[in-house]
Design a protein around this ligand. Structure first.
Ligand code: SAH
Length: 206
């Protein structure tokens, strides 16, 4: 069934427990269709991931919201995102925090995301093309890190570049089924919680 933004926000986000008003306002503002190819724009508010080319997907709206809410984003946060993809999650982050550093290994996808996000006048997004498993040391540490691709373990560089009291969220597991894991770093100890099953495209280690 096709849907619209308002229905998506009510049925897929609020009814499933998303309640952070600033996050909901960000979803009201950002048009998901802008991040899709022309033939898929009509499906922008369906309850699922969609293809964005290069064998990659734009995440399901609920997953974008759920991961964002779990990170407890503050407007003072500096956030590292691994897997720019379409740039939709990047836009939601940029609505809520001070600075977003987003890494994508496929230049074509980063280029497309940059064009869309620049047209929306975001000036707090920094794009990096490269292997995100190494993080981005230049401006570390990060208050929050979000990885939107899955691997069997969290890359060590990402933990190292996380601030004290920082949070990192990432799907961890096998190729076709993972658990969404939330890590919190406190005085060099990592606390983790399992937020449940999920399915993401793989995090490529090069
Ligand atoms: N948040 C994005 C999700 C895109 S899918 C969206 O909603 O549009 C995950 C993305 O991670 C893909 O674009 C893939 O190319 C990228 N990716 C996979 N491994 C990576 C790596 N090592 N470094 C950077 N990006 C990576």
């Amino acid at each position: 069934m096709k849907s619209n933004k308002k229905t998506m926000i009510n049925e897929q986000l609020i009814k499933r427990g998303i309640h952070d008003q600033k996050l909901i306002d960000a979803f009201k503002k950002v048009p998901r269709e802008a991040f899709l190819e022309d033939d898929l724009k009509q499906y922008a508010y369906v309850d699922s991931p969609l293809t964005i080319g290069n064998n990659q997907t734009i995440s399901q709206p609920y997953m974008v919201a759920y991961m964002s809410e779990a990170l407890d984003l503050k407007n003072t946060d500096k956030v590292l995102e691994i897997g720019t993809g379409s740039g939709y999650q990047t836009a939601i982050l940029a609505e809520l925090v001070n600075e977003v550093y987003t890494i994508e290994r496929i230049k074509n996808l980063s280029d497309k995301a940059q064009t869309v996000l620049h047209s929306m006048n975001y000036d707090n997004i920094h794009f990096i093309i490269g292997n995100g498993t190494k993080g981005y040391k230049d401006v570390a540490p990060y208050d929050k890190t979000i990885v939107t691709a899955a691997a069997t373990d969290v890359p060590h560089a990402l933990f190292n570049q996380l601030a004290n009291n920082g949070k990192l969220i990432m799907p961890v597991g096998e190729r076709f089924i993972q658990d969404l894991m939330l890590y919190e770093k406190k005085d060099d100890t990592l606390y983790k919680s399992n937020l449940g099953g999920c399915r993401f495209v793989p995090l490529i280690n090069h």
